[in-house]
Design a binder for this molecule. Structure first.
Ligand code: HEM
Length: 561
């Protein structure tokens, strides 16, 4: 008998009887351990279905349509139907896996080989689709665009931008008049996004900015289930999408061609790409793609910040207090700003350091010359704008804990992002020959994966009373992995984060100091007892139902010109 073959070995160690027992038992124990480890191994020998995400029942169009119109509800109902934290459904023949829970979240944000571009293109669709210009760029072009985007956010570039962004939003607010009522969900920051990303000539032309905004809005409304799932079918929406994309392309490419033809260099981001010798299509794609990436999210966040500040005067006062401190420390105010009633904006004055605008004459000498819109050529400003302009970038970035808290809490509660990826293992990647598991579930190659930010930002396990907007939350200091992902996390952190945060801080400062009254009201002008909830079903703008909230305002001081 085989176990007895061990007998002489055990006899040399212990007595004969004990050796017989050991010779029988030890191999049996080893055999049992092997059987447990190999034969009963929990994953590898189980049916593959046990490690794959459970399927939602029903994949007909009627089941899937809410994915496009009411995504937040669709996703949550999916969790209820599946009874599990991870499930999958089919969009046409494409598997889409929806994740939730801490383990899946950690795996998702840390995973390699999850392609953001492919996922976003398939599952979102509301970006101008121009292969080779805004989509299907390949890793080289994408890396170049991100490199240029990073270069446009150096301290030097952002410092130069500050007075122009402030002046742009001052002009936007001036257009509202001294007092009135407005819809806060009209795009607040589109003008400043054009300034930061696109050509100065476009940003200076109010009619073109308006036209661009309408075209980007048209892209949003023309995005239907058909244009996302069957983009090759020439439905009316698809045609509208193509036309809007073409018109945006025409505006941007004309601005580029005029700039190059005129040979007048300007101090803006596209000039940096021109000077670097980037290809024409890359410059156009940079502006077309990033304009929409930036304007949508900053616009949505600014609208909600404005709304929250209108409904929470105590927080507006705290922001104003912080700003008054900042001005006192860093900027010699042209008018007293020490109390709310003395915050009057005087008529336009020249900012300190302001000189009449000059333009350099040729692009070749542009890098050494004073360009239009350079810091030496600050725009004429109101006293508040001039004071805010004198605050250095480092102070905006490091000395504004109150503004940081307001922005962070607004992103937590009103950023309806659903992160989307496609699992595309690269052949050279170490993961190519391994299966991908997220939250313990196996992800098939080519499958689409979604992680809704609501899973973490609206989790009552992480955030007490999660829908309540409360910038003083203690939970915000949580060190739990990825418990806050407002600007992305892991391998996909927002590439425009520095610019976006600065834009939001500048507008918050202007809102805090530039209004005597700011009040959330209903259609009849009565103060709202409660602000509307951010509508997470509206995946692009998070707007509440039309008419549910307006803002009654009275600006400080004189009417700006
Ligand atoms: C309040 C404003 C903004 C918010 C809340 C925001 C948020 C985010 C988030 C959450 C992601 C990660 C997406 C994901 O994981 O699925 C992301 C990525 C990105 N954002 Fe932003 N963003 C903002 C503004 C901007 C601006 C102004 C730009 C550019 C001008 C920009 C450019 C990008 C790019 C290029 C990526 C892709 C990063 C990658 O491929 O790894 N964003 N953003």
């Amino acid at each position: 008998m085989y176990p007895l073959g061990f007998l002489p070995f055990f006899c040399s160690l212990v007595s004969h009887d004990a050796a017989v027992h050991a010779a029988v038992l030890v191999p049996l124990v080893v055999l049992a351990l092997w059987f447990y480890a190999v034969a009963l191994r929990p994953t590898s020998t189980k049916n593959a279905d046990d490690v794959r995400p459970v399927h939602l029942p029903g994949s007909s169009l009627s089941h899937i349509l809410p994915f496009f119109h009411r995504r937040f509800d669709f996703i949550n109902q999916g969790f209820e139907l599946a009874g599990q934290a991870i499930y999958q459904f089919s969009l046409l023949r494409n598997p889409v896996i929806v994740l939730s829970g801490e383990a899946a979240r950690r795996d998702f944000f840390q995973a390699k080989d999850l392609d953001l571009g492919a996922g976003f293109k398939f599952l979102s669709g509301a970006i101008p689709m121009l292969p080779g210009v805004t989509t299907e760029l390949g890793p080289r072009v994408t890396a170049l665009i991100y490199k240029r985007l990073a270069a446009s956010q150096t301290s030097e570039s952002l410092s130069r931008l500050i007075p122009h962004l402030l002046e742009d939003s001052r002009r936007t607010m001036s257009a509202w008049g001294y007092s009135g009522t407005l819809d806060p969900f009209e795009s607040l920051l589109f003008q400043t996004s054009v300034r930061a990303i696109a050509f100065t000539e476009l940003a200076d032309d109010a009619a073109i900015v308006k036209r661009l905004r309408e075209l980007y809005d048209a892209l949003d409304t023309a995005t239907t289930p058909a244009t996302v799932l069957l983009p090759w079918i020439p439905s009316p929406s698809a045609v509208r999408k193509i036309l809007s994309t073409k018109r945006i392309y025409d505006i941007i490419s004309k601005a580029l061609d005029d700039r190059v033809k005129n040979g007048v260099a300007r101090d803006d981001t596209p000039q940096m790409l021109i000077d670097a010798g980037d290809e024409r299509l890359i410059i156009i794609g940079f502006v077309m793609g990033l304009l929409v990436a930036g304007a949508r999210s900053t616009g949505t966040t600014a609208s909600w910040l404005f709304t929250f500040l209108s409904g929470h005067p105590e927080w507006r006062e705290k922001a104003a207090e912080e700003m008054r401190g900042l001005i006192a420390r860093h900027a010699a105010p042209s008018s007293p700003l020490s109390s709310p009633d003395s915050r009057a904006e005087s008529p336009t004055v020249a900012a300190p350091g302001h000189h009449p605008e000059r333009s350099s004459s040729s692009s070749s000498s542009a890098s050494s010359s004073v360009r239009e819109g350079s810091p030496h050529n600050r725009p004429p400003m109101s006293s508040l704008t001039a004071s805010l302009s004198n605050i250095p970038l480092s102070a905006w970035e490091n000395e504004t804990p109150m503004l940081d808290a307001l922005i962070r809490e607004t992103l937590r509660v009103a950023e309806p992002h659903v992160a989307m990826r496609q699992y595309l293992p690269l052949s050279q990647s170490h993961a190519a020959d391994k299966e991908l598991y997220l939250g313990g579930r196996q992800i098939p190659r080519g499958a689409y994966v979604m992680y809704p930010f609501s899973d973490v930002h609206l989790s009552s396990e992480i955030y007490k009373d999660p829908w309540r907007w409360d910038p003083a939350r203690k939970e915000m200091d949580l060190k739990a992995p990825y418990s806050y992902v407002g600007m992305g996390a892991g391998s996909t952190v927002c590439q425009g984060k520095r610019l976006a945060t600065l834009e939001l801080k500048l507008i918050t400062a202007q809102v805090a100091l530039g209004f005597r009254e700011l009040r959330a009201v209903d259609t009849r002008g009565a103060t709202l007892s409660e602000l509307p909830r951010p509508n997470w079903n509206d995946v692009l703008t998070c707007k509440p139902p039309k008419g549910s909230c307006y803002v009654r305002y009275e600006r400080t001081g004189e009417h700006d010109p």
